[in-house]
Ligand binder design. Structure first.
Ligand code: NAP
Length: 255
């Protein structure tokens, strides 16, 4: 991703990306930053936050890092407060954090795990947006990160998939609620070999099966996801709201 070739769709804009110290979230933060945004990165661990900030600064990006476990209310508020203190407004929020703590079937999933999935994958996005809403500018944009599993929850990640299905509805509902000043859209990634998906994509057999399930014969990259999120967050998508963009190499999703 060469800086010289980047459009500058986010010049003068302020973007918060949750769970953004590695993987897809980091890729999105980097892309928005290279396109001119002032970026706020965050995740649970200070060390990861510090390292991400160093990497992004090295690419010439204006960035601050804030520790924020998305299910911690105090840390969510602090994320918003630090953003406002430093940059004075919010133009883009990308809600990217998720957990997938269990491979159990839904009927075998413990209540504490159901709570955690709901809490991190769905509720924390809502609560973060409640805190962010008073600071969102006219023309601002929210991007939720769902999953191809939201369309067809597979057995090894069934309940996780259901929480990702919920984000498709949340996208529609929030788009109506936050219009016309703020657009709300969603990206549903296919499989991307990040730490999160390591238990799937690091197994050669499983990896090949997934690749064969795509039309493009490959896994996705964090750059593929970042490009889609940046498009939806940008003014190029100024007439698009309430939509989910599947970025899964043609994997089956919907008509
Ligand atoms: P990843 O590479 O494992 O990165 C996870 C990031 O989230 C790290 O920066 C981690 O840093 C942070 N994090 C984890 N739990 C957090 C929490 N509770 N609060 C705040 N930050 C947290 O994951 P990824 O694959 O990029 O996944 C990102 C999103 O894409 C998720 O919503 C996932 O469901 C979705 N997705 C991924 C795939 C895939 O194949 N990879 C497919 C479909 C959808 P710390 O450890 O410092 O917190």
């Amino acid at each position: 991703m060469e800086k010289m070739k980047m459009a500058k769709r986010f010049q003068g804009k302020v973007a918060i990306v949750t769970a953004s110290t590695q993987g897809i979230g980091f890729g999105i933060a980097e892309r928005l930053g290279l396109e001119g945004a002032s970026v706020v990165v965050s995740s649970r661990k200070q060390k990861n936050v510090d390292e991400a900030v160093v990497k992004l600064k090295a690419r010439g990006i204006e960035v601050i890092g804030v520790v924020c476990h998305v299910s911690n209310g105090q840390q969510r508020k602090n994320l918003i407060n630090q953003t406002i203190e430093k940059f004075g407004k919010i133009d883009v929020v990308v809600s990217n954090a998720a957990a997938n703590p269990s491979v159990d079937s839904i009927l075998q999933t413990k209540e504490s795990v159901l709570d955690k999935l709901w809490d991190i994958n769905v509720k924390s996005s809502i609560l973060l947006l409640q805190d962010a809403a008073p600071h969102l500018q006219k023309g601002s944009s929210v991007v939720l990160i769902s999953s191809i599993a939201g369309y067809q929850p597979q057995s090894s990640m069934a309940m996780y998939g259901v929480t990702k299905t919920a984000l498709l509805g949340l996208t529609k509902a929030l788009a109506a609620e936050m219009a016309p000043d703020t657009r709300v859209n969603c990206v549903a990634p296919g499989f991307v070999p990040t730490h999160f998906a390591e238990y799937i994509t690091s197994n050669d057999g499983v990896r090949q099966t997934i690749e064969q399930n795509t039309l493009l014969n490959r896994l996705g990259t964090t750059r593929d996801m970042a490009a889609a999120a940046a498009f939806l967050a940008s003014d190029d998508a100024s007439y698009i709201t309430g939509e989910t963009l599947v970025v899964a190499g043609g994997m089956p999703s919907r008509l």
